[in-house]
Design a protein around this ligand. Sequence first.
Ligand SMILES: *Cc1c(COP(=O)(O)O)cnc(C)c1O
Length: 372
Amino acid sequence: MSTNREARAWLLLGADALLENFARLRAAAGPDARVLPMVKADAYGLGMSEVVRILRSERPWGWGVATLAEGLRLRDEEAIDEAVVVFSPLVERELESALRADLQISVSSLDALAEIVAASRRVGAPAKVHVDVDTGMGRTGFDWQSSLEWMPRVIEAAREEIEWVGCFTHLHSAEDDDRSVREQWARLQEALSGLADAPAAPLIHALNSAGAFAAPEYAGYVIRPGIFLYGGAVGAGHPIPEPVVSLYARVCHVREVTAGTTLGYGATYRASGPERWATLSIGYGDGLPRVLGNRGCALLQGRRVPIIGRISMDLTVVDISDLSGVRVGDVATFLGTEGQEKITLDEIAELAGTISYEILTGFTPRLPRIWA
Ligand SMILES: *Cc1c(COP(=O)(O)O)cnc(C)c1O
């Protein structure tokens, strides 16, 4: 475990693990697949700048984000010159900035296509577009079943008004249902059956992290992995990623209490006898899920110690009655390995009733991100 002299709590992030997970995805997808790492939401909370800096050595085809601001950040602050694809629909007033920054954008409707064509004219260059096809996710995209209504107009626009770069769909259940992946892929192919008339063959892409392992035969052009890169598991039967993220907090107070002593907001915990408690400098204000109060645990001296009472914004208390010699300044592990014990991202997520993605993106700016 690495220690950090000043920090009260911090995230320790592993560059080698990130690279290893990238290599495993690329190996699964095959030598021809290009990789578009998804770095939206500040690279799932890890920090977009560092993630991009580290993965750039692997020469990905491009980078995936969700919003205009994220795309602009890649261009302006990170000086990225590879493809940057913004996946969520943009509103009309965002289009010009996106095009001027040479961001590739998705399109989900003919109205949006008309706006994109108009913005391309104003900017004086054809927008680079990925056509989003809805094959069951239901959030965005042209309906796969009605491609006869939209495909001809997209093909027409692609002749001179836009540059048709790609066509994609998003999988809804690749973690636990391989059959659904095949069904969504078949729907995409059906929607694209009129493509023969297209002026150029767009890149077809569908696979997220889970999809890259569940159905690598569909990886052909581009895969769009996110969570596996950052150490989140992608379902039973698939490879386990190398853990990328560890979370540590320091002991800031230790006390012996007598039976009946209450703890935390709501006094939801009461010592049942003489106990020893350690207060840790971390709380939900750092992104430690409050729901882990009276449920979760941390590691101290290589042993699991239960979180007792409610987690507050800045502080969390663990019962260290079974340990001796815990001192202020010692470091507890909330996520990661200590001695023979470990707490995984997916274990915390499950205990908190959520998914690894929400745990990672929930870590707040108060936690320093330290890369090793
Ligand atoms: C976030 C996202 C992904 C990555 O999904 P993971 O499950 O994190 O691998 C892929 N494609 C799109 C369009 C996304 O928004």
